[in-house]
Ligand binder design. Structure first.
Ligand code: DUC
Ligand code: ZN
Ligand code: ZN
Ligand code: ZN
Length: 486
């Protein structure tokens, strides 16, 4: 079976041109003029782009005493509806502390549910010989990126010594460390002080996590990455302080990547002052939304290339779950949604406003993540041989974002009533149409696949043993083979 996408304008991270795409089976067989196939998809008046990749999601994540409500099924259907054909979800170790078992647990949760492809990052939430050893197993299981929480004291947070050891281990395995950059000790202290002063509402959440706490942690993580000689990916960059740290590191030649969220680009901290408790609590996430001046900085970073990837940190908690924190903002489950809205919002507020070119839009929503996480050009590209993960993007369709028409499991939408311009006319995952505008598509759960991601560099020949962890400072500013230009 072959399919031709005809009459569209192809857009990749670096080009825009008119051509047909011939898909045979699951991959792109040819790109050129006047191609023929068994079936035709009409892309007249539309852009044909690599399917979106959201490298930051949390489906069914056990977190803050509950579990994220979005399932792999509803989440990946929402992804398809929004033009996204791959997510990279975060595995968290369970009570046994085993990261190997965590990956198996995530496979069990996702396998029969996913409608589009997935990959995993692994969270490093402690440090011991078992984790040291199992990181190598995780790499063999197709995980090439390891996230470190510098916040969530008493739960997921690790300290500097543990982070230094883990970054060095990442370096020798040829994989990418990631950080959630917020100073968790300062956050915990601020939370206690605010509660003691009687500030219990969602506004306290944003007071307890100022941008300075994020900037400090970003600088610290960058310094540790520099000492370990490894690149670094900073998730959910929300503010100028963290952005500045990234700019400075890149300026001196370090490979440091920054990920603003679509939420941070479009929403600000006034949301936490809303008199409606539910309204404010539904927007509680960490880091919190910031002031407008930070938003301008993040847009500038995307334009200048100091920030590379627009993600969502999709962690969806229902209103009822949020209400667990009715009397204490510190127990409101942290997380907001955006997987389904990401492309339309970035198109509307980025491309339509002239801030981003269509090519930059593709880079930020797909190609840069594919390069940074080492799945390029299987994903994130329109080239012969690539997976036919393709979105036919219709820049004319207007839609009102609403709980009434979204695919997410959530009982609300933080963008309720927002008008967006641009929607997927079709979303194709490995050659199969999984979403068609206006047709109430229902992609088959379980058709999605896990995509293993190999290490970036060959592992060091003699891997260190658990005992030999305090190796000398080894600065190497370009130690991996992440393709240039991101
Ligand atoms: N921040 C959130 O808001 N939710 C999930 C985890 C995180 O770091
Ligand atoms: Zn985080
Ligand atoms: Zn409201
Ligand atoms: Zn996250």
């Amino acid at each position: 079976m072959s399919t031709v996408i005809k009459n569209g304008t192809l857009v990749t991270a670096d080009r825009m041109w008119e051509a047909d795409i011939l898909i045979e089976g699951e991959t792109i067989a040819r790109i050129g003029a006047d191609l023929k196939g068994d079936e035709v998809i009409d892309a007249e008046g539309a852009y044909v782009i690599p399917g979106g990749i959201d490298p930051h999601t949390h489906m069914q994540m056990p977190f803050m005493g509950t579990e994220a409500a979005e399932t792999f099924e509803t989440g990946t259907r929402a992804a398809a509806a929004g033009g996204t054909t791959m997510i990279i979800d975060f595995c968290l170790p369970g009570e046994d502390g085993s990261i190997k078992n965590a990956i198996e647990t995530w496979h069990k949760k996702s396998r029969d549910q996913i409608c589009v492809d997935v990959g995993y990052h692994m969270a490093i939430t402690g440090w011991n010989e078992q984790i040291f050893t199992e990181m190598k197993d995780a790499v063999e299981m197709g995980v090439n990126s390891f996230k470190h929480f510098m916040a969530y004291k008493g739960a997921l947070m690790i300290d500097d010594e543990e982070m230094i050891a883990s970054f060095r281990r990442c370096k020798e395995l040829g994989v990418l460390p990631m950080v959630h950059a917020e100073n968790g000790d300062l956050v915990a202290e601020a939370q206690a002080r605010l509660l003691a002063e009687g500030i219990t509402g969602p506004e306290g959440h944003s007071y307890s996590r100022p941008p300075e706490f994020e900037g400090e942690a970003a600088n610290r993580a960058i310094t540790i990455a520099d000492a370990a000689g490894t690149p670094l990916y900073i998730v959910h960059v929300s503010c100028e302080q963290a952005h500045e740290a990234i700019r400075r590191a890149r300026q001196k030649g370090m490979r440091v990547y920054g990920e603003p969220l679509i939420q941070f680009l479009t929403l600000d901290d006034s949301e936490y002052q809303n008199a409606d408790w539910d309204h404010a609590a539904r927007r509680v996430m960490s880091p919190p939304f910031r002031g407008k001046e930070h938003q301008d900085g993040l847009w500038a970073g995307l334009q200048a290339g100091s920030l590379q990837v627009v993600a969502t940190d999709h962690a969806a908690f229902s209103t009822e779950q949020k209400r667990r924190g009715r009397d204490d903002f510190t127990i409101i489950p942290n997380g907001t949604h955006g997987l389904e809205e990401r492309l339309a919002l970035l198109w509307t507020h980025g491309v339509e406003t002239g801030r981003l070119t269509p090519q930059e839009f593709v880079a930020a929503t797909s190609t840069n993540a594919a390069k940074i996480f080492n799945i390029y050009p299987k994903k994130g590209a329109l080239v012969e041989g690539a997976d036919a993960d393709i979105t036919v993007w219709d820049p004319k369709i207007k839609r009102t974002l609403s709980v009434a028409n979204h695919q997410s499991i959530l009982d609300y939408n933080i963008y309720e009533g927002w008008e967006v311009t641009g929607q997927p006319r079709y979303t194709l995952s490995r050659g199969e149409v999984v979403w068609a505008w206006g047709q109430n598509s229902s992609p088959r759960p379980g058709r999605g696949r896990f995509v293993p991601r190999p290490p970036f560099a060959a592992p060091a020949k003699a891997l260190s043993t658990w005992k030999a962890l305090t190796s000398p400072r080894a600065v190497a500013r370009n130690p991996m083979n992440i393709p240039a230009g991101v």
